[in-house]
Design a protein around this ligand. Structure first.
Ligand code: DX5
Ligand code: ZN
Length: 220
């Protein structure tokens, strides 16, 4: 069953002086999800926002908050991000010493569970958990910054996961994140992604015409 393509703009590339308004504009421009990149300056060499910012932007949109936690440790913050209004909480296997426990913590908060693989992280890290999760986020850049170049070497991993999900009839979305633009969005979808994350392409191309850029990524 082919899943509809969803676009999840990353607010990492937005104007941080008015994040609420930017989220509102993304909803008006037709975003399916809002991708929120949380970085702690420890798991990745960059610092962005915490749960209080999510709490403050929550009223600006009814869209799904697709929260990407690039933080470690992660377990002790799950409830704060859940209470702040996250809908999907995605973590990195390398950020926890017990994936099952982290998954259970997210489920206990009644949120959807995502796990994210960095470009060099292997599928073996998450294979045993595919039945317990809702989404796999395949990173096509090293986590930490927007505006990086897409790494096509992650596509075989995406294809492999797609095969496993189809074979085992799992209800798991495949999201690709990093360097997605109008040229590579097609191959990302053909490889199996049904959710595309994009920051710099959506906010910077075509003079920042959000609606046009979201549609171009969805259609290409
Ligand atoms: C990087 C983040 C990505 C990034 C995407 O660590 O996880 O979501 O912001 O931004 P672009 O689309 O500019 O690569
Ligand atoms: Zn992200």
């Amino acid at each position: 069953m082919s899943r509809s393509i969803k676009i999840s703009p990353s607010i990492l590339s937005c104007d941080f002086s008015k994040i609420g308004k930017e989220v509102e504009a993304l909803e008006k421009a037709g975003a399916d999800y809002i991708h929120v990149d949380v970085m702690d300056g420890h798991f990745v060499p960059n610092l962005t926002i915490g749960p209080d910012v999510i709490k403050n932007i929550r009223p600006f949109s009814k869209k799904i908050f697709d929260v990407h936690l690039m933080i470690s440790p992660v377990d002790k913050y799950i409830k704060q991000f859940a209470d702040a209004g996250s809908d999907i909480i995605t973590f990195h296997p390398e950020a926890t010493d017990n994936m099952g426990k982290t998954i259970d913590l997210i489920k206990k908060c009644k949120k959807k569970v995502g796990v994210s693989l960095k470009p060099k992280s292997k599928i073996e890290l998450i294979k045993d958990y595919l039945k317990q999760i809702d989404l796999v986020l395949i990173m096509s850049v090293e986590p930490g910054f927007g505006g990086q170049k897409f790494m096509p070497e992650v596509l075989p991993k995406l294809k492999e996961l797609k095969k496993i999900i189809e074979k085992e009839k799992l209800n798991v979305d495949l999201e690709i994140d990093g360097g997605i633009n109008f040229e590579n969005s097609k191959i990302a979808k053909e490889a199996g992604a049904n959710i595309l994350v994009s920051g710099s392409t959506i906010f910077k191309k075509n003079n920042g015409d959000l609606k046009k850029n979201i549609n171009l990524l969805r259609q290409n």
